[in-house]
Write a protein that binds this ligand. Sequence first.
Ligand code: FE2
Length: 141
Amino acid sequence: MADGMEQLFWNEKKYSVGCDTIDQQHKQIFGLINQLSTASSEMIDDEMIMAILEELLEYSQEHLRYEEEVMEKCNYADLENHKQQHWQYLEKVSALSVSAMGAEKEATKDIVTFLNKWWGQHILAEDMKYRPAIEKMKGKI
Ligand SMILES: [Fe+2]
């Protein structure tokens, strides 16, 4: 991979949080980040990059909302803290996107670096914490 940028590869064992819908959404997000990563390191026109970025932002926002609903239904104890992490993500990503709107490849690479790191860590460190709550509610949500 050019520029030392890592790609996120879906791995059921590593990333599954115990809810198929959320897993599928995470998988989709990984795919969009990888598309953005490839687009930003190749000679792909800026309009295309912006289209992928917009799709990613919209999709991840919908996903985070869905995940919060699931956590709520499971009576997940640390919901407020988790929601706060989502807000911080959305704030950070929209700030980074504003700089990318100038259609500079460097700015897009900064976003990809941030997204790779954030999603990998967030799923493993934070989303995994609600896994037991989901497992308790299996079949009821
Ligand atoms: Fe989350």
